[in-house]
Design a protein. Structure first.
Length: 236
């Protein structure tokens, strides 16, 4: 969650049974950094980091987590080119770099980043494959399901073809307060890549439904906004 999930926030959640925590999303190239500043100016949380500082910031945040916990650290990253993401993958304290093809803020999509990356699957696959080929860590890609006029399964297959280790899906179901489990089921039945299901996981029941739909793992965001969750992950 941009502007929120730094090391201090992530460490609050360690006692609740997570296997991996995600830092970011961070803007790490000139275009996304500029877009992030515009988002900040209208009052939405963002991490404000200068281009020359982003590597050190991510390094220090990941290091702080690793010094206090032996789980996995992922970093969600926005960039219009693969190179800055590949650079972050060389931080030894980082286990996973995650390509952000999820953000729907207009300042980000107008520069062809975030959710806009889903509009051209050939470019999405090429971008992801470049990150996979040159990264020193595992690679995840997060995208939002049910974007108008886009094929969820085709997106997932493009990401799989690129060689990503994880596909992280925000299974948003517009107009409903629960996830689109049918989308998770369809995708899980047609790919082999480890599938992380996200959206509306607020208790044991919703977590189990996501896994029953076919997700290999779950992620929790909004339910953890307060730095804690109100259920025991070990009971899932």
């Amino acid at each position: 969650m941009a502007g929120i999930t730094d090391a201090k926030f992530c460490l609050k959640l360690i006692p609740f049974g997570f296997d991996m925590v995600t830092l970011g999303g961070y803007n790490i190239d000139p275009d996304t950094i500029n877009a992030g500043e515009k988002i900040l100016q209208r009052g939405r949380p963002e991490f404000s980091i200068k281009e020359e500082d982003y590597f050190d910031v991510v390094y220090n945040q990941a290091k702080e987590i690793k010094e206090n916990w032996n789980g996995l650290v992922s970093v969600n990253l926005r960039s219009t080119t693969p190179d800055p993401i590949i650079e972050i993958s060389r931080i030894k304290e980082v286990d996973v770099v995650e390509i952000n093809a999820h953000c729907r803020q207009s300042e980000i999509t107008e520069i062809g980043c975030g959710q806009a990356m889903l509009q051209d699957l050939e470019i999405l696959e090429e971008f992801s494959a470049e990150v996979v080929k040159k990264s020193s860590t595992k690679v995840s890609l997060k995208f939002r399901a049910n974007v108008t006029n886009l094929d969820n399964l085709a997106i997932a297959k493009a990401v799989e073809s690129a060689g990503c280790d994880f596909i992280h899906i925000d299974a948003m179901k517009p107009g409903f307060n629960y996830a689109d489990w049918d989308i998770i089921q369809e995708i899980s039945q047609n790919i082999e890549t480890f599938l992380i299901g996200n959206n509306s996981i607020v208790d044991i029941d919703s977590a189990k439904k996501m896994l029953s739909a076919g997700a290999n793992g779950i992620s929790i965001a909004r339910a953890a906004m307060g730095g804690r969750i109100n259920f025991d992950l070990s009971k899932i």
